[in-house]
Design a protein around this ligand. Structure first.
Ligand code: NAD
Length: 316
């Protein structure tokens, strides 16, 4: 059995594949050379990607021996899952392996918005002692609005509870008896509009689909409190970036933390780079040392199961 890895993987994943008897070829930059990828793909039984390799009809057609696609993460928007299903190629993903890392990133963003220690520190280093300017605010009794109430939101809610935050949520696909609600006491709102109006912090945890594309655009941003922050660790495209840049420039909202953008890496000319109240990180919310060890090992292990014809709980 031969496996091809086209993007960054931790060594635990490669070792696990080898332990299972795979010949492994690994080139973390292969995703940038589509022509070469399509040329060599026919030799492999499995291809393992992260979020940059586009796994579409053309790629699956080229992979004449392909029996499984591995995704080192959870968002599947770079993979044509429907075509993979039609072709009988299981897609193995790192179910829940990086959810804690993303949840901790969200709490970091919320804490950083409330107590910007890094700004106070640079001020002190510039000879200042501005105690009033850095008074900050408490999280206690502030309202956190979670859009999408799946695995990551559940973990965010659990942690936000410890700070005494009021947690509200919007997700038309869950009921009051689902674990995020019954275990963490999230107050479900019937409409997105209610959540937008009431929240001090809004965090997005939905997949990118046609129904979530530009879920937050000008009308939604206008409803948010001028003192509120939005955090997007889900996918670029869920927030309308032009609309967000205008909302930040016009101080319709206080700030944004974006781990994901419609186009990654960000272009130098992007209007959001002119907004001081936005913090942009290079798609790292789920990328901690611990989560990557888990992700790499899990996908490798499950790819092995799939190729042996065994049942896997990490496939779509
Ligand atoms: P999940 O599938 O457990 O939860 C997603 C939730 O969104 C579900 O409960 C679903 O009902 C809800 N939803 C779908 N459409 C909706 C809509 N229109 N309005 C409101 N809710 C809707 O997924 P998860 O594990 O919580 O992950 C969420 C997203 O986070 C992933 O799709 C992925 O794109 C992203 N992610 C990013 C990183 C990163 O490093 N930045 C890491 C992991 C995951």
């Amino acid at each position: 059995m031969k496996a091809l890895i086209t993007e960054l993987i931790w060594s635990e994943g490669i070792e696990e594949l080898k332990n299972q008897g795979f010949d492994v070829d690994y080139d973390e930059t292969l995703w940038t050379d589509r022509e070469r990828l399509l040329e060599i793909l026919p030799q492999y039984d499995a291809v393992i990607v992260r979020n940059q390799t586009i796994v579409d009809e053309e790629l699956m057609e080229a992979g004449t021996r392909l029996k499984a696609v591995g995704r080192l993460g959870v968002g599947l928007d770079n993979i044509d899952v429907k075509r993979a299903k039609e072709r009988g190629i299981p897609v193995v993903f790192a179910r829940h392996a990086n959810a804690t890392s993303v949840a901790e990133y969200v709490l970091t963003a919320i804490l950083s918005a409330s107590r910007p220690l890094h700004l106070a520190n640079s001020d002190v280093r510039n000879g200042q002692w501005n105690r009033k300017q850095y008074t900050g605010g408490e999280l206690y009794q502030k309202t956190l609005g979670l859009i999408g109430l799946g695995e990551i939101s559940h973990r965010v809610a659990k942690r936000a509870n410890a700070f005494g935050m009021n947690i509200i949520g919007y997700d038309p696909f869950i009921t009051e008896y689902d674990h995020v609600v019954s275990e963490t006491g999230v107050d479900i709102k019937e409409t997105l509009q209610e959540l937008l109006v009431e929240s001090d912090f809004i965090s997005l945890h939905v997949p990118l689909t046609p129904s979530t594309q530009h879920l937050l655009s000008t009308p939604e941003l206008k409803r948010m409190k001028p003192s509120s922050y939005v955090i997007n660790t889900s996918r670029g495209g869920i927030i309308d970036e032009q609309a967000l840049a205008s909302a930040l420039q016009n101080q319709q909202i206080a700030g944004a933390y974006l781990d994901v953008l419609e186009r990654e890496p960000v272009l130098d000319s992007h209007p959001l780079l002119l907004c001081e109240s936005v913090t942009i990180t290079p798609h790292i919310a789920g990328l901690t040392e611990e989560s990557q060890v888990r992700t790499s090992f899990l996908v490798a292990k499950e790819i092995g199961k799939v190729l042996k014809g065994e049942r896997s709980l990490c496939t779509v």
